[in-house]
Write a protein of this length. Structure first.
Length: 212
């Protein structure tokens, strides 16, 4: 995939490929493009993966999903913005991966780890101000409904529309945590989603009277 590493889940890789096709002129604004079924065949992915790829592009304003009419290209400019954003996210994930390696291989080099971690937080804070699909974070406290439970057991994405991209636990950041990752008090949860996902996540984890 152009200029991007394989650090993204399949549905985002499909979304990136479609955005590239739009920027390259393969798909024109106003044009109706591939159905989910066709995407499944072209990219060798599941129907759910194809659906999530289109949802990502729709959230970014690149395409419009019309019921019973397929998918229509809205903006090549938004497609370029999406690709630029994804490239920046890839860099952020690289920084996080570097931090994990430093924690594992050089526990005594605390100064370098702190600089790298600060760099990561600066990027997250910056992009949270300029994009609605940049990672948000929330701290798990003892008031959370799901302390001690696994990600797979609480149906996080189904209930919030947001995807967990990392969990920070005891100073270690786990990127793309698996379904058996457990939520513990003082963990920091990083996630991406729609404009209303921040509110949905807080209410899901803490109820409608959350004071966050």
């Amino acid at each position: 995939m152009k200029n991007l590493k394989n650090s993204f889940p399949n549905y985002k890789k499909v979304a990136i490929n479609i955005a590239h096709a739009i920027c390259d002129g393969e798909y024109k604004e106003g044009q109706r493009i591939l159905t989910k079924t066709t995407l499944v065949g072209k990219y060798g992915v599941s129907t759910e993966t194809a659906r999530r790829a289109i949802t990502v592009l729709a959230d970014a304003g690149v395409v419009l999903v019309k019921k019973n009419s397929g998918v229509v290209i809205l903006s090549s400019e938004k497609a370029l913005e999406f690709l630029t954003y994804m490239k920046d996210v890839s860099k952020t994930l690289d920084i996080t991966a570097t931090l994990n390696n430093q924690i594992k291989d050089n526990m005594n080099n605390m100064k370098d780890m702190q600089v790298t971690f600060n760099n990561l937080l600066e990027r997250i804070n910056y992009y949270s101000k300029v994009s609605s699909i940049i990672p948000e974070d929330i701290v798990i406290t003892e008031d959370c409904f799901f302390v001690g439970q696994f990600i797979s057991a609480i149906n996080f994405w189904q209930n919030t529309g947001a995807t967990v991209v990392a969990i920070q636990h005891n100073g270690t950041t786990c990127i793309s945590p698996g379904p058996n990752c457990q939520l513990n008090v003082n963990d920091t949860l990083f996630y991406v989603g729609e404009l209303l996902s921040k509110k949905k996540v807080r209410e899901f984890l803490y109820g409608t009277r959350s004071n966050f």
